[in-house]
Design a protein around this ligand. Structure first.
Ligand code: DON
Length: 491
């Protein structure tokens, strides 16, 4: 029911904590096709094109089906047929388009350029609120997966349709790419923050490392400044800024590069970074005027959901096509959109991607490599190692800062979950060297002080889409993002 975010044509990450003590991190990120090359998105003059964002070359090999199936097989209790039936029914019988989806369709020029146009713009007009969206091709695809497992997607007619669609537009994903795709099960990053334990996603996502590093730096201050104060913005932004400098230059797919995981997540290293923070002054990230191009502005769509069952087993998972409607390419006959995740690589190291992230060689394109992500599905345990918080977000690099602020709001500021979710947010990703704040969220006097300290403020209307569950007396409380249209359900 959220076609613009997929996600069988995309990928994601999952962190699991079971009541029997087992933990897991499943990496079902897309990989670069085997025919991918480092400079595939540069034109003849060496200039970066938009082909990593729009069209048939923009997709990595999808990982979602394989990853979800692996999670179910290793840790689940139901059959694939059972868990997929509700989705198959919604695709086959249709569902009513709500205002959020209608406005997303209206704004999606990209979809009209490709095969999905006919379905989402019948007679050239966008589907409107109240229309019924029936997706028979998608229902058949989901049924093939339910019947055959991942082979129903990675081999057979669905794979053939995907490859035919990609070929038609000059893309490079082959049947061989699909047949070889494998999710990776990794060890979650386990870190501590003021007596609590965090289980977070290791590379190929940067989420766990960068959150851990930010929290480790913040922990070096014995107490936390009041939420929303100048000092709070200064310390939190300084921590993010430093963690992102490392993220953007040192992280990438651990199957291809060596990631200094121990160092980056160590408390001693955080101490050394802390010493670079001046009390009353912002530190410029670098002099990088030439790189300070405005990021491409486009709506984005990723899905995060947090789940806890009646026994206390917890799952945090984030999936994405990257941009809204992914690459825009819709697989004819199989009924789904393809991702444009290739833009998460440094398509031209040193140049900003669509999130304005300036990344280095570690994240350059190589065949079979996973592009660095910011997705941060996270589970926080209390001092008795019981699940306290299940959290994660959509929003590109703001996923890391948004997710960690829910953790900070709950652990440092003792907020209940509703307040923690509503509280104004901030973001800093090293480059562009600006402190993003929420319009209406920061007192004018605090803004003046921050500017005087040297922070370049960048106000945004709404910052990052988080969904979280927290343990409360007698049960669980789920809070969807108050700035967007998610929901919380108890069964
Ligand atoms: O993996 C990443 O970091 C990005 N592809 C996530 C994109 C995203 O969250 C867009 N959404 N709102």
């Amino acid at each position: 029911t959220w076609p613009e975010a997929g996600n069988i044509g995309g990928g994601g990450y999952m962190v699991i904590k079971l009541v029997d003590g087992r933990t897991a991190a499943i990496d079902y990120r897309e990989v670069a096709p085997l025919a991918a090359t480092r400079d595939m998105y540069l034109d003849a003059n060496g200039k970066l094109t938009d082909k990593s964002i729009v069209g048939h070359l923009a997709s990595g090999v999808p990982g979602a089906v394989a990853g979800m199936a692996q999670a179910l097989e290793r840790y689940g209790t139901m059959s694939l047929r059972e868990v997929m039936q509700p989705a198959i029914t919604l695709a086959r019988d249709g569902f009513v388009v709500d205002s959020g989806l209608a406005s997303s369709i209206r704004g999606s020029e990209r979809v009209q350029q490709f095969e999905g146009g006919a379905m989402f713009f019948p007679n050239g007009q966008p589907l409107t609120t109240g229309a019924r969206l029936v997706q028979p091709d998608l229902a058949r695809t989901l049924q093939a997966i339910a019947d055959q497992g991942p082979a129903g997607f990675y081999r057979g007619w669905v794979a053939d349709s995907l490859v035919a669609e990609i070929k038609r537009g000059g893309g490079i994903i082959t049947n061989d790419d699909l047949a070889r795709y494998k999710p990776r099960e990794r060890r979650p990053i386990r870190s501590t923050y003021r007596g609590f334990t965090l289980l977070a996603m290791p590379p190929s996502s940067s989420g766990g490392v960068t959150m851990t590093q930010s929290l480790n730096i913040l922990e070096t201050w014995p107490t936390t400044a009041p939420h929303g104060s100048t000092q709070w913005y200064h310390t939190v932004a300084s921590a993010y800024q430093r963690a992102f400098v490392d993220r953007n230059s040192k992280l990438g797919d651990p199957d291809f590069i060596s990631v200094p995981l121990e160092q980056l997540t160590s408390k001693t290293y955080a101490q050394s970074l802390r010493r670079t923070v001046r009390d009353e002054r912002a530190t410029p990230t670098r002099v990088v005027d030439s790189l300070m191009q405005a990021p491409i502005r486009e709506p984005m769509n990723t899905t995060h959901y947090s789940v806890v069952d009646r026994f206390g087993n917890a799952v945090a998972t984030t999936t994405t096509l990257n941009g809204s409607w992914g690459s825009g390419v819709w697989v004819r006959g199989a009924g789904f959109f393809m991702n444009n995740e290739m833009d998460d690589f440094a398509a031209q190291p040193g140049m900003p991607n669509m999130f304005g992230l300036v990344q280095g060689e570690q994240n350059a394109i190589q065949p079979g490599k996973r592009m660095l992500s910011a997705m941060s599905p996270t589970i926080v345990l209390d001092s008795a190692q019981q699940v306290l918080l299940v959290v994660g977000a959509a929003g590109g690099p703001t996923i890391i800062t948004g997710t960690s602020q829910i953790v900070l709001n709950v652990l440092d500021h003792r907020m209940n979950l509703a307040d923690a979710m509503r509280a104004p947010r901030l973001h800093h990703q090293a480059l562009p060297d600006s402190l993003t704040i929420e319009i209406g969220g920061v007192a004018p006097a605090v803004q003046d002080s921050l500017r005087a300290m040297g922070w370049a403020l960048r106000p945004l209307r709404s910052l990052v889409n988080v969904n979280a569950i927290m343990r409360v007396k007698g049960g669980w409380e789920g809070v969807p993002e108050p700035r967007r249209s998610g929901g919380a359900v108890g069964y």
